[in-house]
Design a protein around this ligand. Structure first.
Ligand code: C2E
Ligand code: MG
Ligand code: MG
Length: 294
């Protein structure tokens, strides 16, 4: 796999900054500024780290980091496809480092809908899958407004992925206009509730109602729910109380570089072998404690 990554994306000598100061995805890929960072996903009931979302970052030669919001908008389709291939291959390689620690976690990657048609994703996964015997597969996140319109193709893709233990998640749910009927038809196994609904859901009655409805609906369709952008213990507590399965947000941890994520996992694995400690004060405090060093 490493060979394929190096063949497709050979290391290049550092190039100067783009002349006009505006960095594009093409610049990031060509200048090899690409990095893949990870943000933990937490089982809200068990208070356990169960996965992580891979998020692209760009590291400039002076060490400063760029977020995708500054270089993804307006990117060409060809560059988005190159990014997707690189993200998938890198996440498969990084999973090997997690598996070496004995960690059982599932990684998620963001995939533009067009990539399902234009990239041989299933073949890549089949050929490059990690060698660890218990590889749990990958979750491929597709945003709600991009989700495939051709249901037959979507179903075929989901079936192909399922055979490889991989599944589809509907990202940013609530930010677009999916009809309930469509949600039932689409072959997703995870639904990510958009941050705009999560914010203040413990006091904002509209958001609370929307989160409850989404979670109830997801359960009916046998989808796991992931709340995005949890920033406070109150939001986390509320979401757990209404049955949300998984949480992701700055309350638990911000996205972090791969080495930092692997070292966090390592500490968690060491912690798991320690004798049971006295129960901590509150669930949220316990979770903050989990990630206090990040
Ligand atoms: P997303 O897939 O919905 O990712 C979640 C975004 O929310 C991430 O922003 C994450 O850093 C941010 N976030 C997580 N928790 C919190 C929180 O508690 N508070 C706040 N304010 N933000 C939080 P990021 O990394 O800037 O990514 C933005 C978007 O860019 C992603 O949204 C995704 O649509 C896109 N993106 C990121 N990486 C990739 C990639 O590798 N490929 C593709 N195709 N798109 C990507
Ligand atoms: Mg996402
Ligand atoms: Mg999202």
């Amino acid at each position: 796999m490493l060979q394929r990554l190096q063949r497709l994306f050979p290391p290049r000598p550092a190039e100067p900054e783009p002349p006009n100061g505006r960095v594009t995805l093409g610049d990031v890929l060509r200048r090899d500024w690409f990095e893949l960072w990870y943000q933990p996903k937490i089982d809200l009931r068990a208070k356990r780290l169960v996965g992580a979302e891979a998020l692209v970052r760009a590291r400039r030669p002076d060490g400063t980091m760029l977020s995708p919001g500054s270089f993804l908008p307006g990117a060409s389709e060809a560059d988005m496809l190159a990014l997707t291939e690189r993200v998938i291959l890198t996440s498969l390689r990084d999973y090997e480092d997690c598996a070496a620690l004995g960690a059982s976690i599932k990684l998620s990657v963001n995939v533009p809908a067009s990539a399902f048609i234009k990239l041989p994703i299933a073949r890549m996964l089949r050929e490059e899958r990690p060698t660890a015997a218990n590889w749990p597969g990958l979750i491929l996140e597709v945003t709600e407004d991009e989700a495939m319109h051709d249901l037959k193709i979507a179903q075929e893709i989901a079936d192909e992925l399922r055979a490889l233990h991989c599944s589809l998640a509907l990202d940013d749910f609530g930010a677009g206009y999916s009809s309930l009927a469509r949600l039932r038809q689409l072959p997703f196994s995870e639904l990510k509730i958009d941050k705009s609904y999560v914010t203040d859901c413990h006091v904002d009655r509209t958001n609370a109602g929307l989160c409850e409805t989404i979670i109830e609906l997801a359960k009916r369709f046998e989808l796991k729910t992931v709340a995005e952008g949890i920033e406070t213990p109150h939001e986390s507590h509320k979401l757990q109380g209404i049955g949300c399965d998984i949480g992701q947000g700055y309350l638990f941890a911000k996205p972090m570089a791969k080495d930092q994520f692997v070292s966090l996992l390592g500490r968690r694995m060491v912690g798991a072998k320690r004798p049971a400690q006295k129960p901590r004060r509150t669930a949220a405090a316990a979770l903050r404690g989990l990630f206090a060093e990040t």
